[in-house]
Design a protein around this ligand. Sequence first.
Ligand code: UD1
Length: 358
Amino acid sequence: MKVVTILGARPQFVKAAAVSRAFNEYPNIKEVIVHTGQHFDANMSEVFFTEMGIPKPDYNLQINSLGHGAMTGRMLEEIEKILIDEKPKYVVVYGDTNSTIAGALAAKKLHISLVHIEAGLRSFNMEMPEEINRILTDRISDILFCPTETAINNLEAEGYANIDTEIVQCGDVMEDVALHYNKLVGNDDVLLNALKIESGKFVLCTMHRQENTDDPATLKRILTSLHAINEIYPVVMPIHPRTAKKIADLGLEIHFKTVEPLGYFDMIRLIRNSKIVLTDSGGLQKEAYFFEKFCITLREQTEWVELVNNGFNKIVGSNQDALMEAFDHFKNKSFEKGTSLYGDGKASSVIAKRISQE
Ligand code: UD1
């Protein structure tokens, strides 16, 4: 049975590392991978395929660096051609990117069964492109694999009990990934030494969301806050190309450490050794929790509300006072993880088993 997986952006490569491995356990599943090309720099794409052993994409559409409409439209057109040729039983899409919605629309209009992994998440902020992508993808999917009970509740609240869609709470594939690779990645000091930082004495920060990078006032406010944190503990930011470009265009100065985007293994090394994580990434909020670090989220909402409700995460937006308060709150607190909020690390096995049954 043929499954076409649509990938395009960094977090999707990470998730596919677990799911593709699980598909391999089922000889009746043949996976064909389509990379839209949305993320294309070697350190935003290729490094994940190489170090995580993700099968090489069968197609690379090389569609990137365009506005939302042009990017999504061109992807839709090209993915449709591939699906007509490949005639899969299922199309699998992940998360909430432009590659996700393009893959979903192409599949559904050809009446191919659509599978959405990481379904049911909501930020309730309709200005985020990701929120639009995920709501629309969920609505036209045939199988929704949800990572959390919150996701299931979100779908119920939207009336999914009356929609002919299969909903499965399978846990979070990112937990599968973290558990698997944590064992394989040695605690190597090379990176910490190169960055001149000490274990437990730096703040790991990532930031790339359009709502933070594209409004100059917000971007400036966040940089000012990061400079204030940097006075207490060094801040290290693997810098996303969108963020680097916006900062350069505005001629803003950075007074903390930045590095080029890192592969998954180096990110694990930094998370494990960090004091606190500061981010606007969805994935990193959970990875902080997997590796028992508190997280401060540079957004006005999060899809991962269970982290906030259980005291592992504080939402501060771009407000400097709230950020400093959250930092003081977490700085000397000990992390007690309790029962896992994201399943037992077997989400990808549940997904592959279900797909293998047709
Ligand atoms: C996208 C997703 C977001 C996801 C994020 C992960 C959408 C709407 N957004 O945002 O949900 O969290 O990926 O990183 O799909 N660029 C490079 N090199 C690269 C990749 C991007 O230079 O390898 C540049 C692009 O040309 C563009 C900018 O960075 O100018 C932003 O890239 P884009 O694909 O628009 O979205 P992301 O911000 O990465």
